[in-house]
Design a protein. Structure first.
Length: 409
């Protein structure tokens, strides 16, 4: 590999010069790359020498644009059989955020400074910190996929993340949000008691199950009767329904699990099973009805999350008194209230806190590993990061004082 200066005269008689890096790539093909400054040429030569030696170098002419690499990434996701919701999210990141800004850029010309500039543009155009993180994660995956295809020699997004960026942003977001708080993010015991007492109608069995199993909304929507054993008082989570109502397996191996049921939920499910809507199934001999989903629509199909929240959770929260005044008035002059806890995950948070602090009900608080298994978390780290502060703490001050007395004695 050599770096040499090239000088020439233009047709107009102007003197021009440039620095040329002359090298042979990993395929044995001669390559020339031109730079305006010797410093830039030397830097490229030093990097290219290592990449050629390691067999990772990709010349600009052999590279592709970020948009093309993104299409390869999408195609790979489809071949892997990724869920429709995951593919849809990938497509949104590509079409709405990545391609409009950096789509025509060659992979070989995208650097760490390019990544920082792209990240800044995303923020300046109103993307939230959480959205910026997700977009940069997708871009990093695009580069990783391109590297495996031999279209890129490095992943500048990963280098950027390692040096400073997304990790710090995520930590900042956590500091801003703070830890989950009882009465703010997690319903209090009194609120849940009032909530349970207020439950009625078709929403009672699903919201009661959510409260005392901690199941995700997607798992509740995809639950089938064949996975519910009322005699053994347990549910076997093996399926979930995504936001498109498509059925599929849990996203991780830990998501497949058994969850025990308290008697109140068992009784509610026994009653519900007698009137649960059935799904119509077409057969050669005609049409028949089968008992399939546990919490379906009136036609026996997958219930939407919007219906569960808007028609079930929120009205029941308001009815139970877990509500806040919006400051507005209806046509009768009465205050308009809205639910204090607006998402199904609030019930999952309560279940986790209830498992951790079961001693208040005369039982035994569950150890972290069991809580992790009940919730279907992929790792104990996730469980402790979210709920670690809820576990009972010893009297550290008293223990330290005893240790001091022992030491001084």
């Amino acid at each position: 590999m050599s770096v040499r200066k090239r000088e020439w005269t233009t047709p107009k008689g102007e003197q021009k010069s440039a620095w040329v890096v002359d090298y042979t790539d990993t395929a044995g093909k001669r390559r020339l790359k031109t730079f305006a400054k010797k410093k830039e040429a030397d830097q490229f030569a030093a990097t290219a020498t290592i990449e050629v030696r390691d067999g990772t170098h990709v010349a600009d002419s052999a590279s592709v644009t970020i948009e093309t690499a993104a299409q390869f990434w999408m195609k790979d996701g489809k071949q892997q059989g990724l869920e429709r919701s995951t593919l849809d999210q990938r497509r949104q990141h590509i079409d709405l955020h990545i391609v409009p800004f950096i789509g025509p850029t060659l992979l070989s010309k995208f650097t760490v400074p390019s990544g920082r500039s792209f990240q800044d543009k995303l923020r300046e155009t109103g993307r939230s910190p959480a959205m910026v993180r997700k977009i940069m994660t997708s871009l990093s995956s695009i580069f990783s996929d391109a590297m495996e295809r031999g279209l890129a020699s490095r992943n500048p997004v990963r280098e950027m993340r390692a040096k400073r960026g997304v990790g710090r942003e995520k930590a900042h977001d956590k500091r801003q949000r703070g830890k989950l708080k009882i009465g703010v993010d997690i319903p209090t015991r009194e609120e849940v008691k009032a909530f349970v007492a207020a439950l009625d109608g078709r929403w009672r069995p699903i919201l009661l199950t959510a409260t005392f199993t901690g199941m995700r909304a997607s798992e509740l929507r995809g639950l089938r009767w064949e996975a519910v054993d009322l005699d053994k008082r347990q549910i076997h989570i093996v399926e979930r329904a995504d936001r498109f109502n498509d059925m599929g397996r849990p996203k991780s191996a830990a998501g497949e699990r058994f969850i025990p049921l308290p008697p109140m939920v068992v009784n509610a499910l026994r009653e519900w099973k007698l009137i649960c809507p059935r799904r119509k199934l077409k057969t050669e001999s005609g049409e028949r009805e089968i008992l399939d989903l546990v919490f379906p629509t009136g036609a026996g199909k997958v219930e939407s999350l919007g219906n569960i929240v808007n028609r079930g959770l929120w009205p029941m929260m308001v009815k139970a008194g877990a509500a806040v005044d919006t400051g507005e008035r209806d046509k009768h002059g009465e205050p308009i209230l809205k639910a204090k806890y607006t998402g199904m995950h609030a019930l999952r948070h309560f279940y986790a806190s209830w498992c951790i602090n079961r001693k208040e009900d005369g039982g035994l608080g569950l150890p972290p590993k069991v809580v992790q298994e009940r919730l279907g978390h992929s790792s104990i780290v996730m469980t402790m990061d979210v709920y670690g502060h809820l576990f009972p703490q010893g009297d550290d001050a008293e223990e330290l004082a005893a240790a001091e007395r022992s030491f001084l004695a």
